[in-house]
Design a protein around this ligand. Sequence first.
Ligand code: PGA
Length: 263
Amino acid sequence: MPPLLCIANWKANLTPEAETVLARTIQGIMQQSPADNVEIVLTPTFVSLYEIGYEIDHPIVLAGQDCYWEEVGAATGEVSPVALAHLGCKYVLIGHSERRIIFAETNEMVAKKYAVLLKTQKKLGLVPIVCVGETLMERKNGKTREILEVQLSALMKAMPFNKNFQIVIAYEPVWAISTNQHGARKNCDPSDCKEAIGMIKDILHTHSINAVNAIPLVYGGSVDEHNASSYITQGDVSGVLVGSASLHAKRFCAIVHSLNTSI
Ligand code: PGA
């Protein structure tokens, strides 16, 4: 069985110094009490990737928070897949709802990033972690499946999938993201997660993707040390994407350890 994924998304919360200390602390804790069933993915800001590359070791790997949709090129302010590969990244997060909402990224833009990562995958080795998920309004209107269908179809149209490609799909319902909640905290119930994961598998099947079971599907949205393992055991996912709780080394490592003992 492949290891579960525990992905820390630090967003734009920390300074490079704080990110380096956090990575070093996580590395130290994991060295003292290893979790052999989990691959840990750290997603710091671009400016910290180089430094953190020197702090981490197996089973911790790096991911970019986004990338440019061409291999390299004239695009001021962007970070290219080539640069991310040279910085030692294994994964690249694309299509996060914050990018879709704050920066108006469309499904087509996400699909272009997806396509460049797959086209260059043999050479650069980068694995896209594609975020999909519905807003609260869409969920209330019963549109979850429709939204997932539109988001996933855009990817498949841009670059037909084949079994030699490696991708990860993250189901991140926008309404469950901790910093996106107005009022009472609301994480996604593991049974709702399971239902959405079933929809994603079904949609991938309709795109003639037979190797669906080989694609890691992870959940993100208010994951913490208390609920993380329930997504593995009841939510039918093979990992979690953690925002706020990943900013604290002890809490994040507690999540890693809870995943480790959940299988
Ligand atoms: P959260 O963020 O864990 O703080 O809800 C998750 C994400 O945005 O990836």
